[in-house]
Write a new protein. Structure first.
Length: 356
């Protein structure tokens, strides 16, 4: 067997760092790593804010010294050093994720995403044990608006594509993810001790480890079930993926010695109405989910009240979207749950946890 000199074998006995352990996706990564018998060091903004970290305290109760919590902030230089010391694998998920109610995109999204990535990767540069970084990017770094599909072969996005249409004023969250991922590759290229493997999830759904309601994914599901969209949804397609599959993708990306490059991590592309239909088929009339789409003219009119700008409406409503998830299956060996299972499990978890 020829030994690929780029292969990075991660010592499974060494602690794994997960940034942003209070978050929706990171919570599952932390939980799975612990269940797999790994030691985990995770960062959170504050040890005092127990409402954000109760699920981590519960995991600590169960897994004891295998879980350690560290305070770190994306905007504070050197903040991550202490957590990263002695680790070979760093999984960097922390980054602000919201699309509605953005007041100052530069301050709220761009700076923490970009500065935070620099900050974490500079720690990795300083700390000589680090061999691999797994970064949570997004399909938002692959493409901006759905209309961008018309510019790519077979109207299908792959890992070869980059978002070239988002900006500070148009889709700033997508812009923040694009800038942060580009910066990560730039920083990685300047050295050879650690390699970078990137996970690019589409919209993440599925049960939460915590009871938090303030994340964008959970909020979307809750709004759907609460009937916020009962009069109809825009005719927009989105990629969806299960949070548990996304978490597994990060772990496979971390420990598979041959893992390489970017990975679109997405189970299915569906119109928003198709998503609502799955809820209806499985929960009947229990929830007032939308049964029709809104005319585009109406979306122009009322969209801005829901955070949909005219530019968004123009470039996304009625446009095609295809995301290729082939590479995630071949490079990582990832398998995907059906969106039906994701939705059923998510709704059930929210019901059981009393979140509706
Ligand atoms: P959450 O909002 O649940 O998690 C975001 C995490 O980032 C939280 O832990 C949050 O901390 C942390 N964070 C934000 N700002 C700072 C800061 N200044 N300093 C330290 N930590 C900070 O979102 P998700 O779990 O959904 O997102 C996690 C990652 O996945 C992000 O990088 C996001 O861009 C990416 N992603 C998410 C998708 C989705 O559909 N959910 C799709 C594609 C990518 P705190 O808890 O204190 O707020």
């Amino acid at each position: 067997m020829s030994l690929n000199h780029n292969m990075k074998s991660i010592n499974a006995e060494m602690p794994v760092v997960v940034t942003g352990g209070s978050g929706y996706i990171a919570s599952w990564i932390v939980k799975y790593l612990l269940e797999d018998g790994k030691k985990v060091k995770t960062t959170i903004r504050s040890l005092k804010d127990t409402s954000k970290i109760q699920h981590l305290l519960d995991l600590k109760e169960k897994f004891k010294d295998n879980l350690t919590l560290f305070e770190a902030d994306l905007m504070l230089d050197g903040s991550f050093d202490k957590a990263i010391e002695g680790a070979e694998l760093v999984i960097h998920t922390a980054s602000p994720f919201f699309v509605a109610g953005v007041k100052d995109a530069k301050k709220q999204l761009i700076e923490p995403a970009l500065q935070g990535t620099r900050n974490v990767l500079e720690s990795c540069n300083r700390i000589s044990t680090v061999k691999r970084v797994v970064l949570t990017s997004s399909v938002a770094a692959i493409h901006g608006d759905n209309i961008d599909s018309l510019l790519v072969p077979n109207q299908t996005f792959t890992e070869d594509h980059w978002n070239t249409t988002s900006s500070l004023t148009h889709q700033p969250y997508a812009y923040s993810k694009t800038l942060a991922e580009k910066e990560a590759w730039e920083i990685q290229k300047k050295q050879s001790r650690w390699d970078l493997v990137v996970i690019n999830p589409s919209f993440v759904m599925g049960p939460s480890v915590s009871k938090r309601l303030d994340g964008t994914s959970v909020e979307f599901m809750r709004n759907m079930l609460k009937g916020i969209f009962r009069t109809g949804v825009p005719d927009t397609k989105m990629g969806f993926v299960d949070v548990r599959d996304v978490a597994r993708a990060h772990i496979l990306a971390g420990f598979n010695p041959n893992a390489k490059g970017r990975h679109i991590t997405s189970s299915e592309v569906l119109p928003m109405l198709g998503f609502a239909k799955i809820i209806k088929e499985n929960f009947g009339n229990k929830y007032s989910v939308p049964t029709g789409t809104l005319p585009k003219a109406l979306v122009y009119l009322i969209g801005p009240f829901f955070g949909l700008s005219w530019g968004y409406t123009k470039n996304n409503i009625g446009q095609p979207l295809n995301l290729s998830n082939e590479y995630s299956k071949t490079d990582l060996g990832l398998t995907y749950r059906s969106l039906k299972d994701t939705i059923i499990d998510h709704v059930s978890q929210m019901e059981t946890a009393g979140l509706l």
